[in-house]
Design a protein around this ligand. Structure first.
Ligand code: HEM
Length: 486
């Protein structure tokens, strides 16, 4: 079960780390869970309303002068009585890395914390992301996911560009009609749904009129309802606390949409389902619901959040467009757009990694202690007891000042090989594991199966844009100018 390459020890000490020979002090974990009911409720209100997740963690780290402390995280009170909100927050690169050591933590049902959405949302199954590495089913499904990605890699880029052509033709005509801006939020969702269904499952969304029109909206509703108790929207307070964060929503509200999506997969992804049964020994139903989760939650949900940040950063970094465009066009002067071609684009890749550092699309990761163990932060050692839940908040961990210089600033070439910044990939954790320096995702760990495909896909999108356009302007999730390459 142990994956040595993902354990804590191999993290090579970052330059500013305290000298390895200095023995770190052994400290009691600061912070407390407060009075029953009142403590969790007060923390919940701070988390969602009064502070927001970013300040919630930052302010406590400051108060305790520690990157490791005890706190409560939502959901809590009144209708989440079975959920234990007590966690140990781990907020620096070193302490967070314990979450990758499958000898130390187990990951059964802790995808979004101690709270787990009803299995009705996943066809009655505990899908891969909720399984621990000690469960044989985890290995079967994870290997299946890795196999899907490997097989689809040969057609991934061509299928992506075909769908991007359709999306940008439509955005351009919208921009011409409106004269000032064209939002990309829904076009991006339609693109992702069609492209990912085809590439991952082999299912053609365009062949089914209802799915083509509304598949992405069905996924939006399904995602929102299961995740509402844990996500901050912060636009409607106090109504949000009363109506969105106080109880979990029943599955029947999206049951009919979910069934339509499951039917779409059953009919459109026959070959993939058959492979799941013959090669990975899954039942047909297990295959369908795991595929739906991979498509909707992992891929569609993850990419949507990520690409929104990527495009928004592109809009803000107008001054470097020319440099990126030059790199893209130089590398594509003799070759077609492909994963191999984008691998050579040092600055484009660095831009993508910096986006993943500044805005990790999945902000929290959890792991439950399998046994008592010593947890090391940069500064101290703490005792963790078996059964305690660790909660890592990536947006803060990825701004660890002991690893990243000017951590709050978007430095587009931070990870560039030319600047020897690629060593920093050892500390880029968006995929629930380091981007470099380990064996990568496998059946014996919980790292995202698409650790390589995700940044490569984003690099392809950037290269596509700089190849197609001489000028790109973006503001408030809309394109405000697109000038085609001459
Ligand atoms: C931008 C897009 C994506 C993001 C941000 C993302 C992020 C993540 C993260 C953070 C985890 C670990 C969750 C945890 O245990 O706490 C994860 C797991 C997983 N991801 Fe991704 N992911 C993305 C795309 C994909 C895609 C395209 C696939 C395609 C198959 C995929 C498949 C999986 C699977 C199967 C797992 C479960 C791993 C396991 O249980 O061992 N992900 N992903």
């Amino acid at each position: 079960m142990m994956n040595a390459s993902l354990s804590v020890a191999p993290l090579t000490p970052p330059p500013q780390s305290p000298s390895p020979s200095a023995t770190p002090p052994r400290l009691a974990i600061p912070g407390s869970y407060g009075w029953p009911v009142i403590g969790p409720l007060s923390d919940r209100l701070q988390y969602f309303w009064l502070q927001g997740p970013k300040d919630f963690f930052a302010k406590r780290a400051e108060k305790y002068n520690s990157t490791v402390f005890r706190t409560n995280v939502p959901p809590a009170f009144p209708f989440f009585t079975g959920v234990n909100p007590n966690v140990v927050a781990v907020l620096d690169v070193k302490s967070f890395s314990h979450l990758f050591d499958m000898d130390l933590v187990e990951k059964s049902n802790v995808l979004v914390g101690d709270f787990m959405p009803s299995v009705n949302y996943t066809g009655g199954f505990r899908v891969c992301a909720y399984l621990d590495t000690a469960e044989t089913k985890h290995a079967q499904i994870k290997d299946f996911a890795l196999d899907i990605l490997k097989r689809s890699s040969s057609t991934w880029v061509s299928s992506m560009t075909t769908n991007l052509d359709a999306m940008f033709d439509s955005i351009e005509s919208q921009l011409t009609t409106s004269g000032s801006s064209a939002s990309y939020l829904f076009p991006l969702q339609e693109f992702l749904f069609a492209f990912l269904s085809l590439s991952l499952l082999g299912a053609d969304a365009l062949a089914d009129p209802e799915i083509k029109k509304s598949g992405h909206i069905m996924l939006d509703k399904w995602l929102a309802l299961q995740l509402l108790p844990t996500i901050s929207i912060n636009i409607l307070q106090p109504l949000e606390e009363i109506f969105l964060h106080s109880f979990s929503y029943p599955f029947w509200l999206v049951k009919s949409d979910y069934q339509k999506l499951a039917n779409f997969i059953e009919n459109g992804a026959k070959e993939t389902i058959e492979r799941a049964q013959t090669e990975f020994k899954l039942s047909k139903e297990e295959a369908i619901h795991n595929l739906l989760f991979m498509l909707g939650f992992n891929a569609f949900g993850g990419f949507f959040l990520f690409l929104i940040s990527l495009l928004s950063n592109l809009g803000e970094q107008q001054s470097i467009h020319e440099e990126l465009r030059k790199e893209v066009r130089a590398k594509l002067s003799n070759s077609d757009l492909s994963f191999e071609a984008v691998k050579e684009m040092d600055l484009v890749n660095s831009f993508v990694y910096e986006t993943l550092r500044m805005a990790p699309p999945v902000p929290q990761q959890y792991g439950r202690a399998r046994k008592d163990f010593d947890l090391h932060s940069h500064d101290a050692v703490y005792e963790i007891k078996k059964g305690e839940l660790l909660c890592g908040y990536q947006p803060q961990v990825m701004k660890d000042p002991k690893i990243f210089e000017n951590p709050e600033v978007f430095v587009y070439n931070r990870f560039s090989k030319e600047k020897r910044g690629d060593e920093l990939l050892n500390y880029l954790f968006w995929s629930n594991g380091p981007q470099k320096g380990t064996t990568g995702p496998s059946a014996s760990n919980k790292q995202c199966a698409a650790m390589d495909a995700v940044p490569q896909t984003a690099a392809v999108l950037l290269a596509y844009l700089f190849q197609r356009y001489d000028e790109i302007s973006i503001s408030s999730n809309s394109f405000t100018a697109l000038t085609k390459a001459k």
